[in-house]
Design a protein around this ligand. Structure first.
Ligand SMILES: NC(=O)c1ccc[n+]([C@@H]2O[C@H](COP(=O)([O-])OP(=O)(O)OC[C@H]3O[C@@H](n4cnc5c(N)ncnc54)[C@H](OP(=O)(O)O)[C@@H]3O)[C@@H](O)[C@H]2O)c1
Length: 345
């Protein structure tokens, strides 16, 4: 019998992408697809790819608590409340927001508010038996053992996959991440700066030097590698995220050592594909998938390594990774219902 999954925030881009993935998952059934303002609206009215008669459900915490797992794809203020209540009811939860990714102090620093449940803040090592940071390539065992999984942000996912294997090879304090995302990264709500006429033909940075994902990247890089300089950009695409990461190599680290470290980290990983050095990843190659393609070049002239990583912000950056975490939480094969191969061209 299929496991019953609840999706809260199913009327948003992350939630709807998860609904698409669950439709093809052999061991999961989307038992509840809850929304807020869109309760009662046909799913297909917002997402024509999800054709059918189904309408968005209201949020009923008791009903959600009775499911096998719940994914929250809402703003973090909503997830702070719902995630804690479902966790307290014993329901496994994967949260796509930033509600549980940092320590309580880190949350206050980067999000400005007191954390209402410091005991559920994944960034605090004392609580890592209850809550896990959901980057399976580096926290798989913790995710399997946890009941609440903080799904990483889209920019941190690409940045950490690019940099974490090189943690012992680079000089602390030298990391620079220059990243670009398609507009679905900002969610479904209409916003002035996301209108076609504003975005089309345009490219601009935003949020530097204090974009909130900076703190998450610093927290989850292995060791003490920060501070990190992080600048995101909005690009005129629907989907896709590319992170170009620079760091100074420690004395004596060779180009071969960099490639060896990436291969050691990812040779056995189903969703991360290391391209040959000098070949650069394309966002389109992973579109619609849970894949990450990355590659590294070393620059002998500057002593730096440059790693580029491409993901689909709604795939490995959100719903795909959430499904990977649901599979782990429920004891299913991690790759079920997911593909690393994108839709191309
Ligand atoms: N988009 C991405 O690429 C991406 C990547 C990684 C992580 N995330 C994170 O995932 C979460 C969802 O992002 P998204 O892009 O899918 O956002 P979105 O498209 O704006 O959707 C937000 C969802 O949350 C619901 N919602 C809004 N206010 C609510 C409230 N007060 N109570 C209950 N539900 C409420 C909305 O319901 P109605 O539409 O019915 O009001 C909608 O279903 C966010 O925390 C975001 O930071 C997004």
């Amino acid at each position: 019998m299929a496991h019953r999954l609840g999706i809260v925030g199913a009327s948003g881009y992350g939630g709807a992408e998860l609904l698409r993935l669950v439709a093809a998952h052999p061991a999961l059934e989307a038992a509840v697809v809850a929304a807020n303002a869109q309760v009662g609206t046909p799913v297909a009215a917002l997402f024509p790819n999800l054709a059918g008669e189904r309408v968005f459900d209201a949020i009923d915490v008791d009903r959600l608590a009775g499911l096998d797992a719940v994914v929250l794809a809402t703003p973090h203020a909503v997830a702070l409340d719902l995630g804690a209540r479902l966790h307290d009811a014993g329901t496994p939860v994967v949260d796509l927001s930033a509600a549980f990714r940092l320590s309580a102090d880190g949350f206050t620093t980067w999000y400005g508010d007191e954390h209402p449940r410091p005991d559920l803040a994944a960034g605090d090592d004392r609580h890592l038996d209850a809550v896990a940071y959901g980057l399976p390539e580096f926290h798989r065992d913790a995710i399997r053992a946890a009941r609440l999984v903080a799904n990483p942000g889209c920019y941190p996912t690409a940045s950490l996959l690019a940099l974490a294997p090189l943690a012992a090879l680079v000089v602390p304090g030298t990391i620079v991440v220059d990243a670009k995302s398609g507009t679905s990264g900002a969610g479904r709500a209409a916003q002035d700066h996301l209108h076609f006429a504003h975005v089309h033909g345009d490219l601009a940075a935003y949020g530097a030097p204090t974009h909130r994902h900076t703190g998450e990247i610093e927290r989850w890089l292995p060791g003490e590698l920060g501070p990190v300089s992080f600048t995101p950009h909005l690009v005129p695409m629907s989907r896709g995220l590319l992170a170009t990461c620079y760091a100074t190599l420690a004395d004596g680290v060779s180009a071969a050592a960099v490639q060896d470290a990436l291969r050691a980290a990812y040779d056995a990983e189903p969703f991360v594909h290391v391209l040959p050095s000098g070949t650069f990843p394309h966002t389109k190659a992973v579109a619609g998938s849970n894949g990450c393609q990355l590659s590294a070049v070393t620059d002998e002239r500057t002593g730096r390594v440059v790693v580029t990583a491409a993901i689909d912000n709604l795939g490995k950056g959100a719903a795909g990774q959430a499904l990977q975490n649901v599979n782990l939480l429920l004891g299913l094969e991690e790759t079920t219902g997911l593909t690393a191969i994108g839709v191309y061209p």
